[in-house]
Design a protein around this ligand. Sequence first.
Ligand code: HEM
Length: 123
Amino acid sequence: MKTVDITYVAIGSLWLVVGMLLGIGMGAAHNFTLAPLHAHINLIGFVSHAIFGMAYRHWPALKDSALAPYQFWIFVIATPVTLIGLYFTVTGGPELPTIVGSIAVLIGAVLFAVMIWTERQRA
Ligand code: HEM
């Protein structure tokens, strides 16, 4: 987990590009059906990944937590599942991927909360 900090920010940067491209595409097409997807790509994909990465950088002891690999992989894999699911949901398709993905994203967030509160106890 040595490079988890910059890896998180690097993954987030890719989601930012995807989110901005979708935003520009929506504006160009004057079609805002995918606005919720755009918002979640930017907020779960970019903002959350980037903040997690910066937290790992700021409190390096988080990298040594036994929960860190689970927190990273669950959140990173659950993000595209949720976002692809949101695309289906917004366009009238199946909701199951969104449900599964969003529960997994939540688990990633809960693990992060446990880790940062544990670190706070130590500080
Ligand atoms: C190139 C950059 C971006 C472009 C061109 C863009 C474009 C848009 C457009 C066209 C909408 C729909 C507005 C409407 O429904 O009337 C929108 C909504 C939104 N955008 Fe962006 N956006 C950009 C970057 C971002 C970023 C970086 C974030 C967050 C970090 C963000 C968060 C949101 C949110 C929260 C909404 C509201 C979604 C909703 O109403 O469901 N956007 N954006």
